[in-house]
Design a protein around this ligand. Structure first.
Ligand SMILES: CC(C)(COP(=O)(O)OP(=O)(O)OC[C@H]1O[C@@H](n2cnc3c(N)ncnc32)[C@H](O)[C@@H]1OP(=O)(O)O)[C@@H](O)C(=O)NCCC(=O)NCCS
Length: 337
């Protein structure tokens, strides 16, 4: 894993999130698939998830999260000159979901594109925005993780349908001058990695150019999530621990300095294993997957917004973000809140 070169800081000046109104509990699921609240709770920690309305697309959820982040930052849409949306559930192949958000919020001075890195997408997008901002080519970015994973679920597959949900989270990012310790949400370090050799362990095989949906294959639902759960679990723990340790080292910090770890919310057992290996006590580990399930690129920005708004995060806290997802991809970011 190649740590990214240390670059100037950027600052998160506002956060926002949105979850759709409809709640699907474990008991609701057990009415139409062979599962139980007991199995899902003990194996994953998930109790319920939110499911978008039929006419609610990823860009709609992203827009709601973005507007809250802009309001929190006190920034007008016209001031945004970069929008990056991390998603594996874009509204459509093109235009990008970022362009659709641009239109909906009226951010007409922005350059807009999407990033596809599955559950690591938000941290990939944040690091991309950081590079743009620190190179001086862009000044104020909107970075969004948004997913309508319910659109990729085979509701007959109990191995996967119990795990995922829909949500969006957003942050507004600005340059922080080197040495400006008063700037909030300063990113200190980020490491990222990928391993395409393991692409088959977690994927949506159909619906793209390799396997378009046809009348013949539609029945087998190739455009839904396929996952080797146990293998994914093992790689997730290993890679997230390595990434977190490297990001801490790059920031010149140690585990004892961490105020809060916000890990990707896939499985409570994965989160416990990471906390254990890193030596971080449970009370310094953020978990909200019981309410939302795994919302892929949205988990970290939603958790960040919740932790901030609930007062769990205080100015000056050292926050470690860490994610893992299909690809495989992984990333970790250390920041001072
Ligand atoms: C998916 C996951 C929860 C499954 O837990 P697990 O302990 O590995 O369970 P297994 O897949 O080994 O399945 C154990 C048994 O439970 C069954 N099972 C699977 N899903 C079930 C469900 N929803 N309800 C009831 N039983 C279920 C399996 O069929 C299997 O039965 P068998 O022993 O008779 O064959 C777990 O592997 C996981 O979280 N993996 C990582 C997921 C992840 O992080 N994905 C996203 C990364 S971004």
């Amino acid at each position: 894993m190649q740590p990214d070169t240390k670059i100037c800081s950027c600052s998160i000046i506002g956060t926002g999130s949105y979850v759709p109104a409809r709640v699907l509990t474990n008991d609701d699921l057990s009415k139409f698939v062979d599962t139980s609240d007991e199995w899902i709770t003990t194996r994953t920690g998930i109790k319920e998830r939110h499911i978008a309305a039929d006419d609610e697309a990823t860009s709609d959820m992203a827009t709601k999260a973005a507007l809250k982040a802009l309001e929190a930052a006190g920034v007008k849409a016209e001031e945004i000159d970069l929008i990056i949306v991390a998603t594996v559930t874009p509204d459509m192949f093109f235009p990008s979901t970022a362009c659709l958000v641009q239109k909906k919020i009226g951010a007409m001075n922005a350059v807009c594109f999407d990033i596809s890195a599955a559950c690591s997408g938000f941290l990939y997008a944040l690091q991309t925005a950081r590079h743009y901002i620190n190179s001086g080519t862009r000044g104020t970015a909107l970075v969004i993780g948004a997913e309508k994973l319910s659109s990729l679920i085979n509701w007959k597959d109990r191995n996967t349908c119990v795990l995922f949900g829909d949500a969006a989270g957003a942050v507004v990012v600005r340059r922080a001058e080197p040495g400006d310790t008063s700037a909030p949400g300063r990113v200190l370090s980020t490491v990222m990695g990928s391993d395409g050799n393991l692409a088959d362990l977690l994927k949506v095989p159909g619906g793209g150019s390799a396997c378009p949906i046809t009348a013949e294959n539609a029945e087998s639902r190739p455009n839904t999530i396929h996952m080797e759960g146990r293998e994914t679990f093992k790689h997730a723990v290993t890679r997230m621990c390595q990434a977190a340790e490297q990001a801490l080292k790059q920031a010149g910090l140690e585990t004892k300095d961490i105020s809060l770890v916000i890990p990707h919310q896939a499985n409570a057992r994965i989160i416990s294993a990471i906390a254990d290996r890193l030596g971080v006590p449970e009370e310094k580990t953020y978990m909200n997957l019981q309410k939302y399930g795994n919302t892929s690129a949205a988990t970290i920005p939603v958790a960040l917004d919740e932790a901030h708004r609930s007062g769990r995060l205080q100015r000056g806290d050292v926050v470690l973000l860490v994610a893992f997802g299909g690809g495989f991809t992984w990333a970790s970011t250390v920041m001072i809140w």
